[in-house]
Design a binder for this molecule. Sequence first.
Ligand SMILES: Cc1ncc(COP(=O)(O)O)c(C=O)c1O
Length: 401
Amino acid sequence: MGYDVSRVRASYPALADGYAYLDGAAGTQVPQPVIDAIGDAYRGGIGNVGGTFPASRRSDGIVAECRRAVADLVGGAPEGVVLGANMTTLTYRLAYTLAGQWGPGDEVVVSRVDHDANVRPWIQVAERAGATVRWAEVDPATGELPVEQYDNLIGPRTRLVAVTAASNILGTRPDVPAITARAHAVGALAYVDGVHATPHGPVDVAELGADFYATSAYKWSGPHVGAVIADPLALEALTPDKLRPAPDDVPVRFETGTAPFADLAGVVAAVEHLAGLDSAASGSRRARILTSMATVDAYEQELFAELLAGLDAIGPVTTYGKASRRTATAYFTVAGHPPRQVAEHLASRRVNVWSGHSYAWELTGALGLRDAGGAVRAGLVHYNDRSDVERVVTAVADLAG
Ligand SMILES: Cc1ncc(COP(=O)(O)O)c(C=O)c1O
């Protein structure tokens, strides 16, 4: 494996500020090439798309290159990459559009492992359409989403199954291919939330069986841009609300208003950055992404084992989640200290973590944590190193006493 974390860290200017950044699950830092790509786009002159002059053509080029880059990242087709403000906004848009085809008696399946952005939009549109919502339950002892329950949840009236590729607090990676296969067996669509999963390992939307796969670039070292990747033919079959003069072709039909073109240039640079993480990776950009992200996964899992062992060795600490497949995301409480107080103590030690429900509303409810302020989340991404792990463990141990 050609992974050199010090080389990678050196490309992130923000990491030089002396803080341990364990808040990547809420948004990552941005490496210099991404910052440069955004600055270069503005410096070089950009215009709105579809014009006759070079600055406009440059924006056309950036948008096309951005679709290619995101498609390479997750294994889709560039014509199926819908770009937008963030995952939540795009999911609401898709939900409104898809529910236009639902009626009373139709069913949608959501899960209690998911971030609320892949739950509430489906509940709200289902209610309006008179459709029924069915729940896939989490096993609170392990944080697993047992797949067998989908045999009972999915039936002839199921129109859509929404499920996450990874929990943003416990890291649980449900068996998405098994769930989407059950959805497809009855002709239902699968909407997969890939926001937390994408930065932690290789993604292949076809392997997952995702008809729609949502991701957010700001979780993988890019700017604040979201994307939904779908089969272009599936997009052709849908008619979102749109302005009359706005283009009707796919995927542009789903994109409202003017895009943040400079940020899209940053998304391309972020994908290049991920592709280059393993210096031994070679071949096409897609091939380098697959190699690099597999390396990132292995690297993060090794550090995660140290993080969990360190936290579990502290008596008053309780860690949550024991899924067999999970991202490097620790969620824990410290007896006698509310989660926010733990986060404040860690901030005073220059360690960035999150506390609270982190929008995993149903999951924190199922774990019995939501009303007590959730728990503390310390998440690892590819730029974290052993010193970050040591710092968070030492600071928690000092607080726990
Ligand atoms: C798993 C997961 N899904 C969805 C979202 C929402 O993403 P966005 O901020 O792009 O709307 C988040 C954000 O934290 C997340 O972690």
